[in-house]
Write a protein that binds this ligand. Structure first.
Ligand SMILES: Cc1cc2nc3c(=O)[nH]c(=O)nc-3n(C[C@H](O)[C@H](O)[C@H](O)COP(=O)(O)OP(=O)(O)OC[C@H]3O[C@@H](n4cnc5c(N)ncnc54)[C@H](O)[C@@H]3O)c2cc1C
Length: 302
C-alpha cells in the first residue's frame, strides 16, 4: 500500500487531520481535485464562536467548546512547525440585539483561516488535480483514484457526498464582503444573529453572511451583497456609506440531517469528516484530534 492514511480533500478539515496523524508518526497522502485550501476554508470568516453559534446536538456544542480551548496551543504548535505567522486573537464577541443591552462573550476568538491553510500547506504536501469519485476496498486497505492506503479519510467538504456510496452532503452558500479599516478599530467581533462583523489584525474587516441553498452556484448575488452592506452598517456605523472593496462566497458543507458525518463508515477503514457546516474552522482542532486518535488506535490493531 502507498501510505498509512489517504486523505481526500485539502481543506482545513483534511489538512488538520493529516497534520495530527503525521505528528503521531503515520504516513499520510492528501489528494485534492483542484487547488487545495481554496474552498469553504478559504472563504470562511473565522469566528471561533461556540457560545454565540447554535449546534445540532449537545455533543457538537461540547466539541465546539473543547475546540476553542485547544485553539491557542494548536495555533502555536502550527506556527512553530511551519514558520508561518497565524492571525489568531481572543477578540471576544459583542452580541448586539435590538432592545437589549449588548452582551460581551469574552472567551470567544477569531482566526484568519487563510493563515491556517498557508501554514498547513507548507508542512503537508498535497497532490492536486486528483478527484476521488469512488472507493474500492482492497486487502488491508482502500483504493481511491489509483492510490492506496490502510485507511482513508473523507474531508471533501460540501462535495463529499458525491463520492459513490457515502452519506449525502449539500452546499449552503454564504456571501461575505470586506473593507479596509484601521487596525484594531473594531474591538470584539460584533454580531446580531447571523449578521456579524470581525476584523483581521491588519484592519481588514469582514461582514457576513447569507445562507442560501442554490447548489454550487459561484456567481455573486448583487442583492445579497447590498443587503449585507446595509446590515453591516447597522451593526457598526463606521461602515455606513463605505464602498464594498471585495466580495466573495463559499459553500458550507451541510448534511440533510444537520449532523456532521464524522466517524467510522461501514467496515471501519473509511473515516468520514464532513458536514461541519457553519463551524468547521472552529471545530478543526477537535475534529482532527478525535480522528487521529481513532485512526491511530485502529492502525495499531492491524
Ligand atoms: C461564508 C462562510 C463563512 C464561514 N464562517 C465561518 C466561521 O466564521 N467560523 C467557522 O468555524 N466556520 C465558518 N465557515 C464554515 C467553514 O468554512 C467550513 O465548515 C470549513 O471550512 C469546512 O472545511 P472542509 O475542509 O470540510 O471543506 P473545504 O474547505 O471546502 O475543503 C474541501 C476540499 O475538498 C476538495 N474536494 C472536493 N471534492 C473532492 C473530490 N471528489 N476529490 C478530491 N478532493 C475533493 C476541494 O477541492 C476542497 O479543497 C464559513 C463558511 C462560509 C462559506
Amino acid at each position: 500500500l502507498d501510505t498509512d492514511v489517504l486523505i481526500v480533500g485539502g481543506g482545513l478539515i483534511g489538512l488538520s487531520i493529516a497534520w495530527e496523524l503525521r505528528r503521531k508518526g503515520w504516513r499520510t497522502a492528501v489528494l485534492d481535485r483542484s487547488t487545495p485550501g481554496r474552498e469553504a476554508s478559504w472563504a470562511g470568516a473565522g469566528m471561533l464562536s461556540p457560545y454565540a453559534e447554535s449546534f445540532p446536538s449537545p455533543f457538537w456544542r461540547s466539541e465546539a467548546e473543547r475546540a476553542l480551548a485547544l485553539y491557542p496551543d494548536w495555533v502555536e504548535a502550527l506556527a512553530r512547525e511551519s514558520g508561518v505567522a497565524i492571525d489568531f486573537e481572543r477578540s471576544g464577541t459583542l452580541e448586539i440585539r435590538p432592545g437589549r443591552p449588548p452582551e460581551l462573550i469574552p472567551q470567544e476568538a477569531r482566526v484568519n483561516p487563510r493563515t491556517l491553510l498557508q501554514a498547513l500547506l507548507k508542512i503537508q504536501p498535497v497532490e492536486h488535480g486528483v478527484s476521488v469519485d469512488s472507493l474500492r476496498m482492497i486487502p488491508g486497505g482502500v483504493e481511491a483514484a489509483g492510490r492506496s492506503g490502510r485507511r482513508i479519510v473523507i474531508g471533501a467538504g460540501a462535495w463529499s457526498g458525491s463520492i459513490a456510496g457515502l452519506p449525502p452532503s449539500e452546499p449552503v452558500r454564504g456571501h461575505l464582503i470586506g473593507y479596509s479599516m484601521p487596525p484594531a478599530s473594531l474591538g470584539p467581533t460584533r454580531r446580531d444573529g447571523h449578521t456579524y462583523i470581525l476584523q483581521r489584525a491588519n484592519g481588514w474587516t469582514i461582514v457576513g453572511s447569507t445562507e442560501e441553498r442554490v447548489g454550487f452556484e459561484r456567481s455573486l448575488d448583487r442583492d445579497a451583497l447590498r443587503d449585507l452592506a446595509a446590515r453591516g452598517g447597522q451593526l457598526w456605523p463606521q461602515l455606513r456609506g463605505k464602498e464594498i472593496e471585495e466580495a466573495w462566497c463559499g459553500f458550507r458543507p451541510a448534511t440533510p440531517s444537520g449532523l456532521p458525518a464524522d466517524g467510522w463508515h461501514a467496515d471501519g477503514r473509511v473515516w468520514l469528516a464532513y458536514g461541519h457546516f457553519r463551524n468547521g474552522i472552529l471545530l478543526a482542532p477537535a475534529v482532527a484530534q478525535r480522528a487521529a486518535d481513532a485512526i491511530s488506535s485502529s492502525l495499531e490493531k492491524d
